[in-house]
Design a protein. Sequence first.
Lengths: 131, 443, 499
Amino acid sequence: MAASESYPEGLKYHREHDWARIEGEEATMGVTWFAQDSLGELVHFEPPAEGSSTAKDSGYGEVESVKAVSDVIAPLSGEILEVNEKVVDAPETVNEDPYGEGWLVRIRLSDPSEVESLLDVEAYKQHLAEQ
Amino acid sequence: MGQLSLTDSDREEMLAAIGVSSVEELFRDIPAGVRFQRGLDLEPALSEPELVRHLEELAAKNVDTTKELSFLGAGIYDHYVPAVVDAVLQRGEFLTAYTPYQPELSQGVLQAIFEYQTAICELTGMDVSNASGYDGMTVAADACYVAKHATGRSKVVLAETLNPQVRQVVKTYAPGFGLEIVEVGHEGGTIDPAALREAAEDAACVIFQQPNFFGILEDAPQLAAAANDAGALPVAHVDPVSLGVLEAPGNYGCAMAIGEGQGAGNYQSYAGPHYGFLASKSEYVRRLPGRIIGETTDLNGERGYVLTLQTREQHIRREKATSNITTNQTLLALGGLVHLSWLGPQGLRDVGETCLSLGAYAKEQLGLPPAFPDKPTFKEFAVRLSRSAGDVISAARELGVHPGYAIGRDYEGMDDILLIAVTEKRSPADIDRLAHVLAEVRA
Amino acid sequence: MDLIYEKSKPGRRASTLPRYDLPAAEVPEGLRRAEPPRLPELAEPEVVRHFTELSTRNFGIDTGFYPLGSCTMKHNPRVNERVVMLPGFKDLHPHQEEDGAQGALELMWRLQEILKEVAGLDACSLQPAAGSQGELTGLMLMRAYFEDIGEGDQRDTIVTADTAHGTNPASVTMAGYKLEKVATDARGNLDLDDLRSKVNERTAGLMLTNPSTLGLFDEHIEDVAKIFHDAGSLLYYDGANLNAVCGISRPGDMGFDIVHINLHKTFAQPHGGGGPGGGPIVVRERLEPFLPVPAVVKDGDAFRLDHDRPKSIGKVRGFTGPFGVFVRSYAYIRSYGPALKEMSEVAVLNANYLLARLRAAYDLPYDRLCMHEFVLSARSLKREHGVTALDVAKRLMDYGYHPPTIYFPLVVPEALMIEPTETEPKERLDGFIDAMLAIAREAAADPALLLGAPRSQPVSRLDEVKAAKRAVLKYGFEDHPDLAGEVGEARQLEAQKGA
């Protein structure tokens, strides 16, 4: 069951339709409702290795539907602490709950100041409106 | 021209509908500077009877294996192709279809290739097969590409007993793929597992052939173990016809199995078109090149088949695709499936046992010294002659027998070695004749 | 319909094989197969029936009109199937000595000469197995050529059009090059300003289809060639659309240096449900030393294989290429002779006739005369009636036609890419036009007819999401899953087409 459109307050957003939930020195990251809706039902998540690092604005994994494949862009730089195995096993979790159960990775931030360059929810919604 | 249907009045009506006065006008967007100003300098058209006669005359200049008793092999073999293969492959619905982009109109070929994938997995002991590659050479390059991306390593180890043309094709692809090629020499006709283990350090994959190019059975399980020990993917290049009697690569630790499909279902046809097969363990499925067919259901719960996992492929992933392949060898692979269905497991085993027996009989009857003593073989074996193999081939052909392949064409210092292949189509009497002719020409 | 494995019963077999009175031979311990492969076990009648029934669930040119854009689905003359089965061809071993293969070598040499004339270039290799391998071979030639003249490290980029087949960018990566994409202008030509900004001393070459995948001849092709040649770069011609211009405009005369020719498109090799193909390449003289080995050459009255080409890129596949494909294409071309030009003229006439009759009912993104194919769009149908190009395609099946290529090229939304070829009579074209116009009317009056299509085939729309997620890629015997237990949904792929 696909989720209905939403963009929670309190998350930070990246223009490439990714979100980050900042929790002190760490962050949880995923893709937005818009991203999963554009792709359609996900059938595969190619995760990064735990312990590898992400670089802000660069791809750290891939998500696939039957018709498209998309790099997942890291909103923030850091070290991968955990990959969401539930999404690896059942990629459609992202469609069902993109901000909750469908998170993709948890990282330890290497440069917390990067957070300032991300969009808040209003700015991201405006970005979507311009698409 | 029997191909074209438009009458003069058709043309006039169509030009009027388009709103132009001549066919010439349809080409007005082509700049004058690149318009071809003369007629094509080609020979005059031939009517169908003339065309058949012309091609019969060309065909008659060839000495095929119905004219000459042939023991040529070295990768392509004169196995029997059953009549059902011809009958199925000439069905226009298969012959004249394109790639099955519209599954509702293509269930026939889609289901057939799903069955082919099953047959290849059964033969090789693998989990997944693609819908075919171009031939037994290019699938080796494909396997290297898979291994490079699966391991993050760029060194590829090739056994020297791997078909020389396979090695040449891998080397041609290597610069673009960013591969470093290392070859492991043979000792007495086979690869030493310890030498292979050493070469496989930091390698993405190791490719060896079973039976190898000299026809000899390698200690394949030990070679696979050596590769695995080094963290390199073991890739076995196998003869599908052998897999009724020889163990499947998937059952002795290989990550991938590849090979030339020709012996199962295709004529020799001066090397093509044939099919290459490529199968792997399930963990590599997302890196495999080419078409893969999967089972699913329709709106009514009816079972059906579709091209699947297409995000690997060039039309979606474009420059990040696992391969550029699109057109493959579907019809030839279908020939393979039909042939294997005709044989069944017992027939495949019978062909293998017959090849083994004929090989043993031939070694005994010929009485020539083996090029590689004390090595077990399958359907092909190498003998040492008293003079150059090329000379012996010429002399024997004068007597209507092609005795085999001159290995010196590929391996230095082996000019006196002859590689002799027997298939189930060669009888003991044929082998007696070969023995007689080789004696006559003092081989 | 059951799988052949589900019809299998232990103990049955179709094959009869010679039994020679010889002792059984040994296989060393550990190498002998422990468990036999589970191949089908059926007697011959059921083998024949199985594959015959499968064939009735498949659509080919022999079945009906197949206007699949960019695939050139023309009639495949049956005489070609007869001649390819001559024993002198089908039973010829590829290692036969040259004096025993003179007919095969002569046929290949003659085909090379013909392709040189058609392409307007100087040297030919028949070796590549298909168009995409021709592309890769062409890029390898570029690399070898630039290394030879000392520019190998400098030139690392290949330019392709945004309308290109997916094979072009994939080949670029496989050849180790970087990709630069150039835009299409409002008339469907390459955007020259964009092009000029992207071609420089790092450019190895261009890959282009002309006419393009929009079915349009690039009106500035001479300028395009000049831009690349002035930069010291080479031009590669993707011959997928050569059927439009045989004897009318030659790639070599357009300025291209390397051409691949799809024998399974222009020259009537039957496509066999996905292959075989043939992708010979034809090149300018300065690139000849780099062509694959062995070359097929003529010496006096004899023909031979020349392996002595020290600058060659090597081998791209086994032996000298798919010989049976050469036999069919050679026979096909000889049946036309110089009238090949008429083949292209009629292909273009048929396409323009369809375009003229269909343009009122569908969107036409580039309003020009087309070449051998054209691209319509169903975007208005989608906006106004909620039906897509996919729905139009599925509904065409109910009218007895194979659909056009859809969702390609990528620059046209809801694309319908239509290529009738020269071998269709006007009555077939008119029937197709009637169906397309009727479908456009149905889209407005009763869109459910399209959304529920096809209703005429052995299966309705198949669930591609389930196929990808479950990944059932072979028969599982006793463990085979029953997918019908899960309700299917109409989740189909839009990007249906590569090349």
